[in-house]
Design a protein around this ligand. Structure first.
Ligand SMILES: [Zn+2]
Length: 88
């Protein structure tokens, strides 16, 4: 079953083509999030570091890590709502 929760960045809520922590949410891919630039498996490995990285990203203006991928009607607020409750 496709679990949507496993396809979003835990830090910024951006949807990912491949699950950042694998199909079961256990094995990090060590890819970089296009949006916030987090490396899956490092800065997002526990709630504390997730919150820390997210705050740092928001404080710096929530710039997209790879700007060319910015969708036309991108909304930060809407994207942040994708973040599963337990990673907030
Ligand atoms: Zn992200």
């Amino acid at each position: 079953m496709h679990n949507h929760e496993f396809y979003v960045c835990r830090v910024c809520g951006a949807e990912q083509l491949d699950p950042p922590w694998g199909e079961d949410g256990q094995i990090p891919s060590y890819d970089i999030c296009d949006c916030c630039g987090v490396e899956f498996g490092y800065e997002d490995m526990n709630l504390e570091s997730i919150k820390h990285y997210r705050q740092k990203w928001l404080d710096s203006g929530a710039n997209l890590f790879r700007k060319k991928n910015k969708p036309e009607n991108w909304s930060l607020d809407r994207q942040l709502q994708n973040i599963p409750d337990r990673y907030r």
